[in-house]
Design a binder for this molecule. Structure first.
Ligand SMILES: Nc1ncnc2c1ncn2[C@@H]1O[C@H](COP(=O)(O)OP(=O)(O)OP(=O)(O)O)[C@@H](O)[C@H]1O
Ligand SMILES: [Mg+2]
Length: 276
C-alpha cells in the first residue's frame, strides 16, 4: 500500500493510457470523496435502480444502483451471493434488466451489447475466466486490442510499464502464471482497449496479502491516469481504504453507501460486513 492511502495526489500522472479524460463536472481528479454534481447531472457511469436476474429466473438485483465518477475508485463489497458480480454484469450488458438503466457519460446504453459497450469505452475484467490460458501473455494483450484499428503498441508498452513482470513473461502461456500475474494479464488486456472506465470483479481474488497490496497499488496507479474504476472486492477493509466511494450490497439491494472512510467507520457495517 502507498503512504497516501486516500490518494490525495491522484491525477498527477499522465493520462495517455485513456482515450480522452471523461467529461468532468465538479471536483478535479484527485479530490477524495464522491464528486458533487449539479441537479440533473449523472455520474460518469451508473447502473441506476437495476432490477433483474438471469434468463427467466427470479430477480437477483432489486432496485440496485452503482456508479463511479471521474477520478474515483468505487468499490462494491458484500457477502457471497449478494449479487456483486450480477450487478457488474448488468452494468456491462450481460443481463436483461427488467427495470432501471445504465448511463455512460450521460448516454443511455441500457440496450447495447457488451461488445458495443467496449467500443463506447467500457473495460470489464470478469471474476472468472478472464484470460486465455493457452495463449501467451502478449497474445492475451493483443486480444484486448481487437476493437482497435490504430497502433496499439504504445498501449502495450504502457501496460508493460505498469506490470513489468508481464513483459518478462510475454512469450509464456498465461496459464503458467501465478494468480496475481494472471490478474495483471486480465487488467492489462482490459487496458488494451483504452477504456474510459474500468470495471474489475475481484481483481485480488486468491492472491497473498503482499500481492494484493501490489495489485491495489497498480489499480491506484491506473486510476491516477484518469480512468475511473468500479470494482468488486472480497478484501473489503483494504479495498474501502482506497475507495472514494463504497457500496455494501445485501441480497441484491443497496445496503449501505458512503465514502470508503464512512463505511469503514460505520459501526453497523463494521459489525456485519467487516468482521468487527
Ligand atoms: N449465471 C447464473 N445463472 C443463474 N443464477 C446465477 C448466475 N450467476 C449467479 N447467480 C445467482 O445470483 C446470485 C448472486 O450471485 P453473484 O455471483 O452475483 O454474487 P456475488 O455477490 O458476486 O458473490 P461472490 O462473492 O461469491 O462472488 C446468487 O444467488 C447466484 O446463485
Ligand atoms: Mg462475484
Amino acid at each position: 500500500m502507498t503512504s497516501d492511502p486516500y490518494q490525495t495526489k491522484r491525477g498527477e500522472r499522465d493520462r495517455s493510457i485513456t482515450r480522452e479524460p471523461p467529461h468532468r463536472i465538479g471536483d478535479p481528479v484527485g479530490t477524495h470523496g464522491p464528486t458533487s454534481r449539479p441537479e440533473g447531472e449523472h455520474p460518469f457511469l451508473i447502473g441506476e435502480a437495476m432490477t433483474g436476474g438471469y434468463g427467466m429466473g427470479a430477480d437477483i438485483l432489486h432496485d440496485c444502483t452503482i456508479a463511479v465518477e471521474p477520478g474515483e475508485i468505487a468499490v462494491i463489497v458484500g457477502p457471497n451471493g449478494a449479487g456483486k458480480s450480477t450487478a457488474m454484469k448488468a452494468v456491462f450488458g450481460m443481463l436483461n434488466l427488467r427495470k432501471g438503466r445504465v448511463l455512460l457519460d450521460g448516454e443511455d446504453i441500457t440496450h447495447l451489447s457488451p461488445q458495443d459497450r467496449v467500443a463506447k469505452g467500457m473495460g470489464f475484467v470478469p471474476q472468472t475466466s478472464n484470460i486465455f490460458t493457452s495463449m501467451t501473455v502478449e497474445e492475451n494483450l493483443e486480444m484486448g486490442a481487437f476493437i482497435r484499428e490504430d497502433d496499439f503498441r504504445p498501449t502495450m508498452e504502457q501496460v508493460y510499464d505498469l506490470f513489468p513482470i508481464l513483459k518478462e513473461k510475454r512469450r509464456q502461456p498465461a496459464g503458467e502464471l501465478s494468480g496475481g500475474q494472471r490478474q495483471q494479464v486480465a487488467v492489462g488486456r482490459a487496458l488494451m482497449t483504452k477504456p474510459k472506465v474500468l470495471m474489475l470483479d475481484e481483481p485480488t481474488a486468491g492472491v497473498s496479502p503482499i500481492v494484493m497490496d501490489e495489485l491495489f497499488d497498480r489499480i491506484i496507479e491506473v486510476s491516477r491516469t484518469g480512468i475511473p474504476i468500479l470494482m468488486v472486492e472480497q478484501n473489503a477493509r483494504q479495498a474501502l481504504a482506497i475507495a472514494d466511494k463504497g457500496y455494501v450490497l445485501v441480497q441484491g439491494r443497496n445496503g449501505y453507501t458512503g465514502t470508503g472512510r464512512e463505511l469503514l467507520e460505520d459501526p453497523e457495517v463494521r459489525r456485519s460486513f467487516l468482521g468487527g
